[in-house]
Design a protein around this ligand. Structure first.
Ligand SMILES: Nc1ncnc2c1ncn2[C@@H]1O[C@H](COP(=O)(O)OP(=O)(O)OP(=O)(O)O)[C@@H](O)[C@H]1O
Length: 908
């Protein structure tokens, strides 16, 4: 588009004027082609000059000014519209037609420029016009009446500028014509011998054009173009002597020549290249036109000639000048105004436009804006309303949450805990000790509810809710029922909450444990609910031993207080509050809700089973349900579970077996059934292992050992003798048959453990505890049925349910816990040995994790034994209570006044 290019040089011959014709001075020049001018004259020195001259274009006398313009100047002149500076010169001797040509070219250019503007409405054009005259090396403003010469200033960016030069912004084309007329009038005109209207000055008409897009379409398209075009009508180039001027005219000629001579020098120098000094500053003319002469401009020079023979010398000079000019190279560039400036201008225009619109309220755009504002106002109102509603909902929920938390953390739990503790005290004081302990039925373990909620407070809340019977927020009933509906299906429903029946430190330790308990332990800390039947309660007092009667008496007392006993049908199942605080009689659950909550219950037909008093069980106790024949199972160390009283077995038997010696039908119910344990003080005192005296062992073996410490086996065996044929389960089997049955049952249980995702510690505990003793049959039987029930609940609905998911999660938590303990409990050598033994690459990553994931994953006996041994190893040296919290939330508490201490089955 632009760049280095040569000055466009053309030559125009004017016609022979009348004066020349009168002298018979014919034309010596002939345009032999569009670009060639040939000398046809006859002169002696002809051989010294070229016969033909070639330029970009030569125009004969017959050519019109329009043709000269279009073919010799138009492209250059209109470059200004593209942001390129341009200049059109007329060079020639006086009376050769310079003014005649330039006037025409200027007008035509202006016309084309306005046409262009009209054809480009998308852009905005600003035209400014200025005119100056260089006369006797003085610059004068042709648009000003002030004849004072103007100074030339050097601007770093613009180059040479004429100080205080008038610059008129053109309104339209007519305005321009007016100004041109003014310039014509202002130009110094002096009559010479050659040209009666000879221009004695150099005239420069300058049109500056700035254009920019009217609409802002991005910074890339927002550039403003700024350029100027100079129309230069030089004074005559003839020598001063030739003008026959004298005096004032002589002076004019010398100045004229000075500028012209400098112009010639500059052109000649430029034609040779830019290496040498270019004497721009030697004259006003060359200073002002510096950029047009070899600078950032596109230039056209039209050399005018008189064809008359008498002007042959001047004509040759003109042609020599033209020859030099055509070798001059300029470097035209598009002048782009900085985009930021253009942007500012655009924004200013946009601001002005908007201001105008605002001043005109009825305008369409203003109407649109008003509509938009109304819509936005509506939207804001709607959003504000929504926000208000949301805030109200938030406040409501927050209030409820606060209430729940308050109830859970302060009221219910504390009440519940204290009531439990009070109850224990109360029971201990008002009832024979074992009655209060034995009053709790292992059936509770099946009532264990497993809160699936993550929120500990919520769990606590519901726990307390159940514990307190119906001393609760009625709004929670439905929710609690739903939760229990799910919870009870969970394997963890067999969990017993370790916090429920803690020792004398229970309340404090409960809260302390709450904080210290890990997530896993929280998962394992579950609530249980106590459900029993009226029939059971009623028959209990008739069938059980005095100790039981004592308990029944306590129940009677409770009933007297209106507590939880629902007088419905025998089959009616009632939710029973865990903590039978007489003071909370009025807070007992309603029968309907009890029914809604029932899942794992003791049937009313199970009239011989002891009633449950314990509402809380912990994880490991479910299984323990079957040796948890004690109502205070969760307050009893594992070993004590087996401390059947010599005087009690019959009642135990009766609670487990029908009169025919068969297991109670309850054991074959769909609901898991647990046996009850009832102890008398006397029996307990005699049979219960004294953990303090004996120093409770700190590993799982203690359980087995305890079991064999004459607390259970001998009594059971004795019981069997007592019961005799009544115990069909065992009495009908020979030792060898029992051994076979045991292995078969054990194998099935192991399989069921795997299928039911039973706690690994429970498996270990159970596996190590029951190794084939004949008296264990009942436990095996109950465990088997319990697991069968769980398995059936797993597949209820034909697909895995939440219970399965929950059990798997718990199992994973337990594995994680074992994984964590590996590092603490196993030396590196032990671990490496285990890795090798269990087929884990010693170099593999997550070796411990792999190991934890493989424990109890198979059912072959070898794997089971190894798994049990490993689990035992991992949990054996735990600090007192730690296992409870972190693994099982299990605490067997010796709930005796003289032996109130927390006991973990994994060690004290
Ligand atoms: N191509 C042309 N056709 C017809 N007439 C012309 C042509 N060129 C010039 N003339 C006439 O010649 C006369 C002198 O022309 P002009 O004034 O333009 O010369 P000039 O070069 O400007 O002289 P000066 O330098 O003295 O001003 C004018 O009367 C003009 O009308």
């Amino acid at each position: 588009m632009a760049g280095q290019e040569r000055i466009v040089v053309s030559v125009r011959l004017r016609p022979v004027n009348a004066r020349e014709a009168e002298r018979g001075d014919g034309s010596d020049w002939e345009c032999t082609g569009p670009t060639t001018l040939a000398f046809r004259g006859t002169v002696p020195e002809r051989a010294m000059f070229p016969a033909a001259y070639t330029y970009d274009r030569v125009f004969s006398a017959e050519c019109s000014t329009r043709q000269v313009y279009e073919e010799g100047a138009r492209r250059v002149a209109l470059s200004v519209l593209s942001g390129i500076n341009s200049s059109v010169f007329a060079y020639g001797q006086t009376s050769s037609g310079k003014t005649y040509t330039m006037v025409g070219i200027t007008e035509l250019s202006m016309s084309d420029i306005y046409d262009y503007i009209d054809k480009h409405p998308e852009r905005e054009f600003v035209l400014k016009f200025s005119a100056m005259e260089i006369y006797n090396e003085a610059v004068r403003d042709l648009l000003s009446t002030d004849a004072a010469p103007l100074r030339l200033l050097d601007d770093p960016e613009k180059g040479t500028v004429v100080e205080k030069l008038t610059e008129e912004t053109l309104r339209d084309k007519g305005h321009l014509l007016e100004l041109l007329a003014v310039c014509e009038a202002q130009r110094q005109i002096g009559e010479t011998a050659l040209n009666e209207t000879s221009s004695r000055s150099h005239q420069i008409l300058r049109l500056t054009i700035e254009s920019s897009p009217k609409q802002f379409t991005g910074r890339a398209n927002s550039s403003t173009l700024l350029a100027c075009v100079n129309f230069v009508d030089l004074a005559g180039s003839e020598r001063a002597s030739q003008t026959a001027a004298a005096g004032m005219r002589l002076k004019e000629g010398s100045h004229i020549n000075r500028s012209l001579l400098t112009l010639g020098k500059v052109i000649r120098q430029l034609s040779k290249g830019r290496n040498g000094h270019i004497p721009y500053r030697d004259s006003k003319l060359t200073r002002i036109l510096q950029s047009s002469l070899g600078g950032n401009a596109r230039t056209a020079i039209i050399c005018t000639m008189s064809p008359a023979h008498c002007h042959i010398e001047q004509s040759r000079n003109t042609l020599l000048f033209a020859n030099c000019a055509k070798d001059v190279v300029t470097d035209a560039q598009v002048n782009v105004v900085m985009s930021d400036k253009a942007l500012v201008k655009h924004l200013q225009r946009e601001l002005a436009r908007l201001e105008n619109e605002l001043k005109s309220p009825g305008s369409a755009s203003c109407s649109n804006h008003a509509e938009a504002l109304r819509e936005k106002d509506e939207l804001i109102k709607q959003l504000e309303q929504q926000l208000k509603e949301l805030m109200e909902q938030k406040d409501t929920v927050q209030s409820q949450l606060d209430s729940f938390r308050r109830v859970a953390s302060e009221g219910y739990i504390d009440d519940c805990t204290s009531r439990r503790w009070n109850e224990r005290n109360w029971s201990s004081e008002s009832l024979p000790h074992n009655a209060s302990e034995g009053a709790l039925s292992s059936s509770d373990t099946y009532d264990a509810t497993y809160e699936e909620q993550d929120d500990f407070g919520s769990k606590e809340l519901d726990a307390s809710h159940v514990c307190r019977g119906h001393h609760h927020n009625p709004e929670l009933s439905e929710r609690t029922a739903r939760q229990h509906q799910q919870i009870v299906e969970d394997q963890s429903m067999f969990s017993l909450d370790p916090t429920s029946n803690h020792n004398s430190e229970s309340t404090d330790s409960h809260h302390a444990n709450k904080e210290a308990t890990s997530e896993a332990s929280e998962e394992h800390c579950k609530e249980v609910q106590c459900i029993e039947t009226n029939g059971l309660r009623r028959r209990k007092s008739q069938v059980f031993s005095p100790a039981i009667r004592s308990y029944a008496d306590a129940d009677a007392t409770e009933e007297k207080h209106g507590e939880s006993i629902t007088s419905t049908t025998d089959n009616a199942i009632q939710l029973f509050t865990c903590d039978t605080d007489p003071s909370s009689d009025t807070e007992k659950p309603k029968t309907d809700e009890s029914l809604a909550l029932k899942r794992c219950v003791v049937s009313s037909r199970d009239g011989v089973l002891s009633r449950s008093r314990s509402c809380r069980a912990s994880f490991m106790v479910i299984p323990n349900s079957w040796f948890d024949n004690s109502a205070d199972m969760n307050m009893t160390p594992p070993g004590e579970i087996f401390k059947y009283s010599p005087s009690r077995p019959e009642k135990v038997r009766r609670s487990l077996y029908t009169e025919n010696g068969d297991l109670q039908n309850d054991l074959s119910l769909d609901y898991p059934v647990v046996t009850g344990r009832v102890e008398s003080d006397e029996v307990t005192d005699k049979s219960t292992c004294n953990f303090e005296e004996e120093g409770i062992t700190s590993d799982i073996s203690c359980v087995a050992e305890t079991k064999t410490k004459g607390c259970t086996v001998s009594h059971i065996e004795k019981n069997e003798k007592d019961v005799g044929a009544d115990s069909s389960v065992t009495s009908t089997e020979s030792p060898s048959q029992w051994s076979i049955n045991f292995e078969k049952k054990q194998k099935e249980i192991i399989e069921l453990w795997q299928e039911c995702n039973v706690s690994l510690v429970h498996r270990t505990y159970f596996f190590l505890l029951f190794k084939g003793d004949k008296a264990d049959n009942i436990y095996l039987e109950v465990e088997h049925r319990r697991l069968s029930f769980i398995k059936s609940s797993f597949s209820a609905g034909g697909e895995p349910n939440a219970t399965v998911t929950s059990s798997l999660r718990n199992l994973r938590h337990e594995r994680d816990m074992l994984y964590k303990h590996m590092l603490k409990k196993l030396h590196l050598s032990e671990r490496e040995s285990l890795y090798t033994k269990w087929g884990i690459d010693l170099n593999s990553k997550q070796r411990r994790l792999q190991l934890s994931r493989r424990i109890w994953t198979q059912t072959d006996m070898e794997h089971v034994k190894e798994s049990a041994a490993l689990v035992t190893k991992l949990v054996e040296h735990l600090e007192k209570g730690q296992a409870i919290k972190e693994m099982f939330g299990l605490s067997f508490t010796l709930n005796r006044r003289d032996d109130r201490r927390s006991f973990s089955w994994v060690g004290a």
